[in-house]
Design a protein around this ligand. Sequence first.
Ligand SMILES: Nc1ncnc2c1ncn2[C@@H]1O[C@H](COP(=O)(O)OP(=O)(O)OP(=O)(O)O)[C@@H](O)[C@H]1O
Ligand SMILES: [Mg+2]
Length: 727
Amino acid sequence: MPAGSTNASATWSGGFGADAVSTDFSLAPYPGLRPFRAEEADIYFGRETQTDALLDRLARTRFLAVVGPSGCGKSSLVRAGMIASLQTGFMAAAGADWRIADLRPGDRPMARLARALRQFIPSATAELAATEALPLIEATLRRGPLGLVEWLRDVGLPPATNLLLLVDQFEEIFRYREKGDRDEADAFVALLLASAAQRDLPIYIVITMRSDFLGDCALFSGLPEAINDSQYLTPRLTREQCRLAITGPAKVFGGTVEPALVNRLLNDFGPDPDQLPLLQHALMRMWDRAGRRPHPAAPGDSAAIGLADYENTGGLTRAMSDHADEVLAELAPPQRAIAEVMFRRLTERGVGRRDTRAPARLSDVAAVAGVAVDSVYPVVEAFRRPDRSFVTPPVGIALGPDTLLDIGHESLIRQWRSLGEWVDRETRSAALYQRLALTARLWVANDAALWRNPDLERALKWQQEERPSAAWAARYGSVGDFEQAIAFLQRSEASWRDEQQGTLEATRRQREQEIALQTQAAAQQKLRAENEALRSRKRFLSALAVLLPLAIGAAAWAAWQMSVAVEQARIAAAATQRAEHEANRVRTLLDRLTNSEAIKRAFLAEDAEAISRYAAATPSGDGIGFGARGATLDWKTGAGKNLYQYELYPLPTALRGPLRSATRMSYFMNHPSFDQKVINAGPGNGFTGIYTGWGCLSKVYVLVEYADADRLPEVYWYDMCAKVAER
Ligand SMILES: Nc1ncnc2c1ncn2[C@@H]1O[C@H](COP(=O)(O)OP(=O)(O)OP(=O)(O)O)[C@@H](O)[C@H]1O
Ligand SMILES: [Mg+2]
């Protein structure tokens, strides 16, 4: 430790307010983030004239409101400045015998006032004080505005003793009035004002309050008037006062601050209200760092903090944020998660991004983090160490489920970058939840619809990332609201899924139909073109069939007419025979073409009865050689059946054998459930026909057309299910 510092152990006297732990003397020159205590007057510098002004005003009015921006030093001024001076007898008219009751209104002002007063119960009734006193004191205080006066009269203050009631962080009463018990808040303020106004007992009231809450004072009857009479607006420290505040405490502890560092600090000390806490924290860090260096070489050498310490701790702007990050990094990952929950819970974003403290019970933090209270203790301990003071209560006050936790100083919310990000996250999370809860309420009343994307998507992402619980949501509404909101979200998700599934199915069905229609249209167009070609060929041959007999007759007649030679007659006869032969051939060809056309037309018209008739005239496809295979697709039909892709094809042996001169094959699916009944296949893909459907079809007819003009198209059939099963 630096020279001059002490190892003396602190004596803690619990029971005042959260900050009211007292030591017999200062343990270190710089308190860091926390305010100075009354016992630390020896290290409190720069406010001497202001302390005198406060005493004057208090003596006159017995009610004093010390106001100023956040972190300007109000609490310190009252404790280490004013109270310390009172106790030394600087308010001559009142003497030096003072009893101090120090409290913060927090989440139950009357109970906290009762606790702060308990110390005044005479020791004879100490046993009672330990057990039953608090409810009794509270009950007396609640009797009316003069409850405190009555209680003091009952208890009996020693002669010539004054009571100073310090209500630090008075602005907490506004939060309590809004979110807690409005009547109790009103009664509390009325009690303060009446106690200060009466003159039977020497009761003095001091409140400290952030100046941005001044306007809210009009909520309480009589308070604006009292504040108008006795307000003290805390001034900023001048450059000289600041210099004293930097160098004075080090001197008390036998140390020094290098002049270069003093100048640097004074130059870096800007106008924004967080500067004083930042300065204090940086000084505390540097002093702590100096204390860990080897002891000064020679006795009498003093510990010194210098520019190097300043650079090393991150300077005014970064020291606090870096330090808090260091503490966070020391924790194990699950504890880090608890720390995030804790700081998010202890901060509240007000209008216009005005982030403020929101004290909460330790058990609430545990519930939101979803852990046992025991798991929160080490996290609080890490952040409340005296050389950190990032959370209160300070070390020395035992932690329990009911302990009210608070941020050490509000500047931490603005300066610690990680906390800033957490608060942003909490704000976004709360905003989404509140919108969800509101819509759920409207939905129940039939005034809103279920959520769809993109709202639904955002809410589900929020649920996954934030894992909101009823304990978390309690801060923003009732448990019923939370359950309703989550039920609404689940219903929205289920309904959206159903809707999506339906759309997907419809698209799938439409696509299947489109494919089937396209294939069918293409096949029909091709068949029509072929049919047309067939018909014109048939017309030509029909004409030939008519003309040929005429030509033959003409030839015979000519031969007879001209009485040609026998040889010529023979030639004519031979010609006639040839012509007849040709006519027969043409007729046969015509028949074939006609048959061929009929068979093809049967396929084109999907005439199952005609097709099966033609098939009966040809051997089964089994003998020729056809195969089939099926593969499952990822799709399902609207009825939930699996879709398959089937391939129908001739076996290579058949292609080399009986089907050698095949030019085309058309597969006819004899199954009522299949829209696209005919599939055409050419040599390009080995005559393989492909279709998509569900269930194998029992019978497939195959129309095989040949290049060979004498060979009629043939219709084979085979059992496709059997073929698929064979594979
Ligand atoms: N005279 C001083 N010299 C050096 N540091 C000071 C002085 N007065 C206050 N501080 C420091 O400034 C910071 C804020 O002090 P304090 O809590 O007293 O201010 P406050 O105005 O009461 O803040 P809040 O608005 O949060 O109540 C603390 O870190 C404290 O140690
Ligand atoms: Mg304060």
